[in-house]
Design a protein around this ligand. Structure first.
Ligand SMILES: [Zn+2]
Length: 250
């Protein structure tokens, strides 16, 4: 009956460690979920930037088009005026202006060619990005669903473990449970440790006084390590079952 005490505490600690592990597993899903959306989000942002740039280029194209159109009109008018000049001075002035307009028009046309090339490349880039984005978004859904299903499963496991714990502590000594919970309330994982064979605390390895060792080995009372505060228990002889006489050694 006294032996049961240490066993209960150790079992409870095992259960609590499984609960802690299950909680960690659930928490680990958050970065994985964020990661599953990351490629699609990145492509979406790049797609937005490219779309804006494309719009800017098209506006620029329109601006040059209008500017060139205006210059062609002017060239035409100047050509007509050249046919009806009244003297040489006027002819020289019109010719000079005509030359200037022609040069400006040439500039516009060159700029236009460069712009058309840039637009073509940007259009291609946009189409590529759009395809990649579509592909990435199609992957996000199923990946996300899988992760959410796995997380729900982990949550169920945690609930089951919590229910198991509730049932388990229901049959435990309440005074012991209080001490155990108080030790763990400080955020410590280990509240129970076995006494080692040479009489040290199994958690901090500080030596335990002889008198106390005997009490622990016989399961009398609830003994704690003075150094680290864990509850000390007698080692459970898990592999010693076939030899109940246990007279080996001394
Ligand atoms: Zn200790």
């Amino acid at each position: 009956m006294t032996e049961q005490r240490g066993t209960d505490l150790k079992q409870l600690q095992k259960l609590d460690m499984r609960i802690a592990a299950a909680r960690q597993r659930i928490a680990d899903f958050d970065p994985r979920l964020a990661e599953s959306e990351e490629p699609a989000l990145r492509l979406e942002s790049e797609l937005g930037t490219t779309r804006t740039r494309l719009q800017e280029l098209k506006l620029e194209e329109r601006r040059i088009e209008l500017s060139a159109e205006e210059k062609r009109t002017r060239r035409k008018k100047l050509d007509e005026r050249l046919g009806s000049v009244r003297n040489l001075r006027e002819e020289a002035a019109v010719t000079a202006e005509l030359e200037m307009v022609k040069r400006a028009l040439q500039n516009d046309e060159q700029e236009m060619l460069a712009l058309i090339d840039q637009l073509r490349k940007m259009d291609e880039r946009f189409a590529e990005l759009e395809a990649s984005y579509k592909e990435a978004s199609e992957r996000v859904g199923p990946r996300r669903d899988t992760l959410l299903a796995e997380r729900a499963e982990a949550q169920n496991e945690l609930e089951a473990l919590r229910a198991e714990r509730a049932r388990f502590v229901g049959s435990m000594n309440t005074a012991e449970l209080k001490i155990y919970d108080a030790i763990r309330a400080g955020g410590r994982q280990v509240a129970v440790a076995d006494l080692t064979e040479d009489g040290a605390c199994g958690h901090c390895f500080g030596m335990i006084p002889l008198q106390l060792r005997n009490e622990i080995r016989h399961g009398r009372g609830l003994n704690r390590c003075e150094a680290c505060g864990v509850i000390l228990t007698a080692p459970t002889l898990e592999t010693a079952a076939p030899s109940p006489t246990g007279g080996q050694g001394a």
